[in-house]
Design a protein around this ligand. Structure first.
Ligand code: ADP
Length: 492
């Protein structure tokens, strides 16, 4: 199949979160499976500084924007280690900025214009480079306009007649909701600004537009696919999703096993495999304790957490149980950035308990790998979690996750019970109700299990034996692409 993936981020070009890992990993897996894959991304300032080889194509794409013609260059590159061609949309005014979406804690005020323009540039690039896609795979609100453009404007054009638009929702909490007057930026007729299509309670909603106009929809885990059709997790769009339930499939993300493999990971001080995990992890733990000035005691359980610091990720629960946790024999290593309140909380906790807590505020890919390798337990008490990646990285690194049983966490961690232990399938600890007491109880169970080598070895071994590679998920995406093409959305 000829597949165009449109995304606002992809590893290793630009990343603020899991979306980037997913797009990079899936693109590579699809290409390995013989598909012709082109990834279209904005050419951000961060990327300009990267070492990845690229070359200007000398071609320009042009779109209408508020009655003017706007032009962007197209730079060509390749997803490292793959056959995936990458087209970078070079529009310095939109993309040569310090942040991707946010600067100094505030969204760019022209985000709607930037990503409506990007969506149109993607379509024009597909036309200019004669990609004739079988599928345009869009991701999140930033490319949510594309399915509407495909249905309304491009389907009748040569090269797009048989193109299916597929949208993957990575997180319902981010919808690209803008005031109604921004409808002008889409370049589509005002008549589409109605509650059945692009409007949501008086506002332009780009994620909703994508949901309504795509031929198929996916989200990043089967449980999240069910959850987002409820008021609790649908963030106001549950009705729209219920309406499209038949087109919606949950596909658990894979992980990039080239990047997240403790046996070949260049970022960790001692590589290790399933056979050598006890020695390797002990060494990585010692090094991390050294780096953070934590007491170098091999038997104290080290709990890691690498995350956006937000309420979604359960930092309110961490805050609530911190006092209790500090009474226990544990060490905590935090890495993250996000809401000021939570950054201040982990900083203060580390200052107050320097022999138990280390906090790094910032984004540090290589430290993330080191924490995964060094930790015994990984904390992921997310309030909601579409898929989550770190619980899978953790299992691959022999680090036992303690998670809230929602979304992808419910689908990718097998709770430790006497039965699941006996069956040798248990990989972690789940708590069901989102509250501090439930989390603390399960964390205590994990700490108790850590002290029992026979139990712990089974948990580590089971986790490290799981297959998280993208091939499994890529196969499911192929099926969705085929279904989308078979049922090109006739309703719009
Ligand atoms: P989300 O996309 O909701 O932020 P995910 O668990 O799906 O959460 O993916 C987050 C990704 O970003 C993981 O690869 C995680 O390791 C990485 N990450 C998050 N914060 C940091 C950080 N401060 N430094 C390095 N990597 C980080």
């Amino acid at each position: 199949m000829r597949i165009v993936i449109a995304s606002s981020e992809a590893v290793p070009f630009a990343k603020t979160g899991g979306l980037a890992d997913v797009v990079g990993g899936l693109g590579k897996a699809l290409a390995r499976r013989g598909h012709d894959v082109t990834l279209v991304l904005p050419y951000y300032r961060q990327l300009m500084a990267e070492e990845i080889p690229r070359r200007p194509t000398g071609r320009f794409v042009e779109i209408p924007m508020r009655g003017q013609r706007v032009r962007a260059g197209v730079v060509e590159s390749q997803l490292p280690g793959s056959q995936v061609r990458v087209l970078l949309i070079d529009h310095p005014h939109y993309f040569d900025r310090p942040g991707l979406y946010v600067e100094d804690g505030s969204d760019y005020p022209d985000n709607c214009e930037r990503f409506c323009a990007f969506s149109r540039f993607v379509m024009e690039a597909a036309k200019m480079f004669r990609l004739q896609p079988d599928v345009i795979h869009c991701n999140d609100w930033q490319t949510g306009l594309i399915p509407a453009l495909q249905q309304i404007e491009y389907r009748s054009r040569p090269g797009f007649e048989q193109t299916a638009a597929v949208l993957t929702i990575h997180n319902m909490a981010f919808q690209g909701s803008f005031w109604g007057l921004d409808m002008e930026l889409t370049g589509l007729d005002e008549s589409y600004f109605n509650w059945r299509q692009m409007e949501h309670y008086g506002r332009l909603n780009l994620l909703k537009s994508g949901i309504v106009f795509s031929d198929a929809l996916t989200t990043v885990s089967p449980t999240y696919a069910r959850e987002i059709q409820t008021a609790e997790f649908g963030c106001g769009l549950e009705g729209v999703l219920q309406h499209r339930a038949e087109a919606l499939t949950g596909i658990l993300n894979g992980i990039d096993v080239d990047l997240w493999n403790p046996d070949t990971d260049p970022a960790i001080p001692m590589p290790y495999s399933r056979e050598t995990v006890s020695v390797g992890k002990a060494f990585c733990k010692k090094r991390l304790q050294e780096r953070f000035n934590l007491p170098q005691q091999p038997k104290i359980p080290l709990c890691g957490m690498i995350s956006r610091m937000s309420e979604q990720k359960g930092f309110d629960l961490i805050e609530e149980i911190a006092g209790e946790l500090m009474q226990q024999d544990v060490q905590l290593a935090f890495l993250g950035t996000g809401e000021k309140e939570y950054e201040a909380f982990v900083r203060e906790l580390a200052a107050r308990c320097p022999d138990k807590v280390a906090a790094t505020i910032g984004f540090d890919e290589s430290l993330a790998h080191q924490i995964e390798a060094a930790s015994d337990i990984y904390l992921m008490p997310s309030r909601f979690e579409p898929c989550g990646l770190n619980q899978m990285y953790s299992q691959a690194y022999g680090t036992v996750p303690a998670v809230h049983a929602v979304g992808g966490l419910a689908d990718s961690v097998i709770d430790c019970t006497p039965e699941s232990l006996a069956d040798r399938v248990a990989t972690g600890f789940q708590f069901q109700t989102y509250d501090a007491a439930a989390f603390l109880t399960r964390l205590r169970d994990a700490l108790d299990a850590y002290r029992d080598d026979a139990v712990w070895d089974v948990l580590v071994e089971n986790g490290m034996s799981c297959d998280w590679s993208w091939d499994r998920s890529a196969e499911e995406y192929e099926q969705v692409y085929a279904q989308a093409r078979a049922s090109l959305n006739p309703s719009c």
